[in-house]
Design a binder for this molecule. Structure first.
Ligand SMILES: NC(=O)c1ccc[n+]([C@@H]2O[C@H](COP(=O)([O-])OP(=O)(O)OC[C@H]3O[C@@H](n4cnc5c(N)ncnc54)[C@H](OP(=O)(O)O)[C@@H]3O)[C@@H](O)[C@H]2O)c1
Length: 362
C-alpha cells in the first residue's frame, strides 16, 4: 500500500483509506434516508480487519453513519489493533439529538463524547464539521468554530475538517453570472472562518474538468496547504459497473440511493456507454474498472487520499489489491474523453440528472 503525506494532518497515511459510511447500514436522520441497506455487521467487521491487514491506516466515519453503528464497528477493530498507528476521522453537524441545533456547543461536546465512546478511543485524529448549515444567519458558526478549537486544546481532536463543493473554482465566487457563484462564495467564507486542516470533496470519473486559469479544489488545497480526502471515487458502485441499466434500481428502506438521480435506467445507460469505452482500453472486469477509477483519483494530486466505501471483505480486498500500475498520460486523456461524453449525455437528460452533483445529506 502506497503511503502519502497528508498536508494539514502532519503525518503519513495509506493512499487509500476506508470510507466507513457504507458499513453503518440503513439509517434515517430527521426522516431522511442516510444509510446503506443490507449490510451485515460481522461481514463489515471482517472487512475492517481485511483493510487493516492490507495496511489501510485511515478510517473515515461519522456520528450519523448508521447513527453510531459505523463507529462501533471501528471500535471493535481498534480493540484488535494498535490504535496509535491509525488515523481515525469522524464528524459532527447533522444529528441534533435533543438540542436546538447540531452545532450548539453542548450538543457538539455530547456527540464527540459519544463518538469516542463508540470508537473506544480517547481522541480523534480528524474531526469534520460535516454540515454547512449553521442555523439561521449562521447563528451557530462562531460557537461551532470555538468548540472545535476548545476540543483541540483539550487534546480530544487533532485536525479539523470541512467539506468542499463538488463543482468549485475560487474565481466563480466573484462572477455573478456563474451558476455556482453562491456555493463557491459560501465555501470560501466558511473556509476563511473555520480555517480547516483537511477538506473532503467528491472526485471521480464524472467530475468536471477545469480551465488552466481556474483555481479548482486541488489548486486551492495546495495553496492553503490543507489535506484532501476524495470521496465517491467509485460513484457509489456506478463507476465500476456494479449496477446494470437492465437490473432494477430499487433499494430497501433506509438506503439513501433510493431515488438518486444517477440510479435510474437513463443515467445508467449514459454511464455504461462511457464504461464500455473504458473496458475496451483497460479490460472488462470489475477490477479493471476499479483500477481505472481509483488510479484516476490518486493520480489527480500526490497529496490527496482516496476514501473507498465497501460492505464486505471481498469488496475492500479487491479494491485495494487491484490497483496495478499507474495510468499513463494517454490513459488519462482517453478516460477524460470517454467520460466527458457521459457528462454531456447526463446533462442533456434533464435537470434531475444534471443536478445530481448535489451533496448527499451524509
Ligand atoms: N458520499 C458522500 O457524500 C460522503 C461524504 C463524506 C464522507 N464520505 C466518505 O467517503 C466514503 C466512500 O463512500 P462513497 O459514498 O464515496 O462511496 P464509494 O466509495 O464511491 O462507493 C461505495 C460502494 O460501491 C460499491 N462497491 C465498492 N467496492 C465494490 C466492489 N469491489 N464490487 C462491487 N461493488 C463495490 C458498494 O456498493 P453496494 O453497497 O451496493 O455493494 C459500496 O457500498 C464514505 O464511506 C465516507 O467515509 C462520503
Amino acid at each position: 500500500m502506497d503511503r502519502r503525506h497528508l498536508p494539514g494532518l502532519g503525518r503519513e497515511v495509506s493512499a487509500v483509506g476506508a470510507g466507513c459510511w457504507t458499513i453503518g447500514g440503513p439509517a434515517t436522520n430527521r426522516g431522511v434516508p442516510i444509510g446503506w441497506a443490507g449490510v451485515d455487521a460481522d461481514e463489515a467487521l471482517a472487512a475492517l480487519v481485511r483493510a487493516h491487514d492490507l495496511a489501510v491506516s485511515l478510517y473515515d466515519t461519522a456520528d450519523v453513519y448508521g447513527l453510531g453503528q459505523s463507529e462501533r464497528l471501528i471500535g471493535r477493530l481498534l480493540k484488535l489493533v494498535n490504535r496509535s498507528r491509525l488515523v481515525i476521522s469522524s464528524k459532527v453537524g447533522y444529528f441534533a439529538g435533543t438540542a436546538i441545533h447540531p452545532y450548539a456547543a453542548a450538543q457538539m461536546r455530547r456527540q464527540l463524547l459519544t463518538s469516542l465512546s463508540n470508537l473506544g478511543t480517547d481522541y480523534l485524529d480528524v474531526y469534520f464539521l460535516h454540515s454547512s448549515d449553521f442555523g439561521p444567519d449562521d447563528r451557530y458558526l462562531d460557537e461551532a468554530v470555538e468548540t472545535v478549537q476548545r476540543l483541540r486544546r483539550d487534546g480530544l481532536i487533532g485536525a479539523v475538517g470541512m467539506r468542499a463543493p463538488h463543482e468549485f473554482a475560487a474565481e466563480w465566487a466573484t462572477d455573478p453570472n456563474h451558476p455556482q457563484a453562491a456555493e463557491s462564495a459560501r465555501f470560501l467564507a466558511l473556509f476563511e472562518r473555520i480555517k480547516p486542516d483537511v477538506l473532503t470533496v467528491r472526485y471521480n470519473l464524472l467530475s468536471p474538468l477545469y480551465a488552466p486559469d481556474e483555481t479548482d479544489v486541488f489548486s486551492f488545497a495546495r495553496r492553503h496547504q490543507v489535506g484532501l480526502l476524495l470521496k465517491q471515487v467509485l460513484g457509489q458502485g456506478l463507476l465500476i459497473g456494479a449496477r446494470s441499466p437492465s437490473s432494477p434500481m430499487a433499494f430497501p428502506a433506509g438506503d439513501h440511493r433510493q431515488g438518486g438521480p444517477l440510479f435510474t435506467a437513463t443515467a445508467l445507460r449514459a454511464i455504461h456507454a462511457g464504461l464500455d469505452q473504458l473496458c475496451q482500453r483497460f479490460g472488462d472486469g470489475q477490477a479493471d474498472l476499479t483500477r481505472v477509477a481509483v488510479r484516476y483519483a490518486l493520480q489527480r494530486d500526490p497529496n490527496a487520499v482516496v476514501l473507498l466505501g465497501f460492505r464486505n471483505a471481498r469488496q475492500i480486498g479487491s479494491n485495494v489489491t487491484c490497483l496495478g500500475e499507474p495510468l499513463s498520460l494517454e490513459d488519462i486523456g482517453a478516460i477524460q474523453l470517454a467520460m466527458s461524453s457521459v457528462r454531456d449525455m447526463l446533462a442533456a437528460s434533464g435537470p434531475a440528472i444534471s443536478n445530481s452533483h448535489q451533496e448527499h445529506s451524509a
